[in-house]
Design a protein around this ligand. Structure first.
Ligand code: MN
Length: 213
């Protein structure tokens, strides 16, 4: 059985960027529903419950019986993606909430020119995603950071360390921002927990490419 994790902050801590009402329904409504449906799908399969969920999803074709495959991929993906999302959010450090003094902040400067240019690149991907899904910042090949989109509750690519993810389902923003997704993306930058992101970055062992001279 998977448990719905509690948030590492209070529902109103991310105000005014992510509002309390949205955070409550997002966690207690949507995330709980993914968790409950995942548990219901795995309930008749105690042997699968003991296995690593991420691995089961990545190897779904081989590892999961057909009757529950779609349910586990969708709801297990939703369960894991939201666990990750909450872990990289937090009360803004200050008004700007920039990754000043972090290792990943240096890579933004080296690869994108500045944090601001990285933000623009991330926003292009996030606003360009069609329908529901996620935008991720991962460590790619050749020591380059990559910004990628995945549809629905698809997990970020295997074998690439994940540093950041943004939920772009309308349930994440519609109450406050309605159809104004770019405003939601901009609000996200204010509530990124950069110390948590930088910890992931350092722990991943990702080696950024040398800055071109
Ligand atoms: Mn969500």
């Amino acid at each position: 059985m998977k448990e719905l994790s509690s948030l590492p902050f209070k529902y109103n801590d991310l105000e005014p960027y992510f509002d309390e009402a949205t955070m409550k329904v997002h966690h207690m409504g949507h995330h709980k529903a993914y968790t409950d449906k995942l548990n219901a799908a795995l309930e008749p399969y105690p042997d699968l419950q003991d296995k690593d969920l991420t691995t089961l999803i990545y190897q779904a074709d081989k590892a999961l019986p057909e009757q529950i495959r779609t349910a586990v991929v969708n709801n297990g993906g939703g369960y894991l993606n939201h666990n990750f999302f909450w872990s990289i959010l937090g009360k803004p450090a200050d008004v700007q909430n920039e990754p000043t003094g972090t290792s990943i902040g240096v890579v933004f400067e080296d690869q994108y020119g500045s944090y601001r240019e990285w933000k623009d690149a991330f926003a292009v991907a996030a606003t360009g995603l069609f329908g529901s899904g996620w935008t991720w910042l991962v460590g790619g090949a050749n020591g380059k950071l990559e910004i990628i989109n995945t549809p629905n509750q698809t997990l970020p690519p295997v074998n690439k360390p994940v540093f950041l993810g943004l939920d772009l389902w309308e349930h994440a923003y519609y109450l406050k921002y309605q159809n104004r997704r770019p405003e939601y993306v901009n609000a996200f930058y204010h509530v990124i927990n950069w110390s948590a992101v930088d910890k992931l970055f350092k722990q991943s062992g990702f080696k950024p490419a040398e800055k071109p001279v």
